[in-house]
Design a protein around this ligand. Structure first.
Ligand code: ATP
Ligand code: ATP
Ligand code: MG
Ligand code: MG
Ligand code: MG
Ligand code: MG
Length: 269
């Protein structure tokens, strides 16, 4: 830029506080939709799980991973998404507010930008927003426990919502009656209601609903054709193979070890 003389106002910069994230820690940014209970009703989300909304969330998360550096894994469910920056990242000098606001704004603008591709007959009625927070995890165990916590939350909420909406949609109960009916029930009771009264096996519900979505980087071989024209020869096509990073989505268990053993590159030692 243009070199400018310092003004007498410049001192105000010293009021900025240092929010550098501790080195070696994974930096997790978790976003959550603001007031999505209401947003989902106003936009006619299918209850309990609107596929379009979930796909749009994944699309927006993929956009965050593509546009921002060093996100090694992202996990989402309902109206939330967590982005994990690799522990060695030096993006924006690890400044928490920069990382968090870039994630939140890239996600929000993508959510709006791609809305029409998913909600083809439902206009977006007002600009939605997502809050963000930053949490640091110093060990692989802590990070895995964090992701396990979010996936366990996904399961608990989805199980509740599945029974709740089944009682309303198939059982003819009002929302108040369904709430009343589920008061004090444990997981086994909920599965029993689903199975004995509605012939639904909760464990056969789609993995997407029960496990949420995990996005990671994978490498894929990509073959493209390229036109070359050697000197004094005619033009011809050659095949060029190159490895390309691409995002893959998984709806599997990430609490156990299997997923992490199958993808040993996600976590750094
Ligand atoms: P960074 O990501 O670091 O902020 P930047 O390219 O956004 O990089 P800024 O210092 O924020 O850099 O400067 C914003 C630039 O955007 C300006 O230098 C100018 O080139 C351009 N810009 C912003 N608003 C306008 C505008 N209304 N009309 C023309 N150019 C603009
Ligand atoms: P807050 O602003 O405090 O986050 P909230 O209303 O967004 O309030 P959450 O606890 O974040 O509350 O819950 C999000 C709500 O959004 C869910 O309870 C559900 O009603 C709705 N929702 C989110 N995603 C979907 C979806 N894919 N299908 C149906 N409903 C959804
Ligand atoms: Mg909340
Ligand atoms: Mg919310
Ligand atoms: Mg939420
Ligand atoms: Mg700028």
């Amino acid at each position: 830029g243009v070199a400018m003389a310092k003004s007498k106002f410049e001192y105000v910069r010293s009021f900025e506080t240092d929010d550098t994230c501790l080195r070696n820690c994974y930096i997790v940014v978790r976003l959550d939709g603001r007031n999505f209970h209401k947003f989902s009703e106003q936009h006619g989300f299918v209850k309990p799980n609107d596929e379009r909304a979930l796909a749009l969330m994944r699309r927006s998360a993929g956009c965050v991973m593509e546009q921002l550096d060093d996100v090694c894994v992202a996990y989402g469910q309902s109206d939330e998404f967590s982005f994990v920056f690799k522990r060695s990242t030096n993006w924006f000098k690890r400044r928490a507010s920069k990382l968090m606001t870039h994630v939140a704004s890239q996600f929000s603008s993508s959510f709006v930008f791609f809305w029409g591709e998913y909600f083809t007959h439902q206009p977006l009625l007002y600009p939605p927003s997502f809050d963000g927070r930053v949490v640091l995890y110093p060990s692989n165990r802590n990070l895995r426990d964090y992701l396990s916590w979010r996936q366990a939350d996904c399961h608990i909420n989805n199980q509740y919502n599945t029974v709740f909406w089944t009682l309303v949609q198939k059982g003819g109960l009002s929302t108040t009656q369904a709430e009343e009916r589920l008061k004090g029930t444990v997981a086994a009771d909920k599965n029993e209601i689903l199975f004995s009264e509605f012939n639904i096996n909760y464990n056969a519900e789609p993995q997407l609903y029960r496990k949420g979505s995990t996005l990671i980087w994978d490498t894929a071989e990509e073959v493209t054709t390229k036109k070359v024209k050697p000197a004094n020869q005619s033009e011809r096509e050659v095949h060029v193979t190159r490895t390309r990073k691409k995002i893959t989505t998984h709806h599997c268990d990430i609490i156990g070890s299997q997923f992490w053993e199958e993808h040993p590159d996600i976590l750094e030692s």
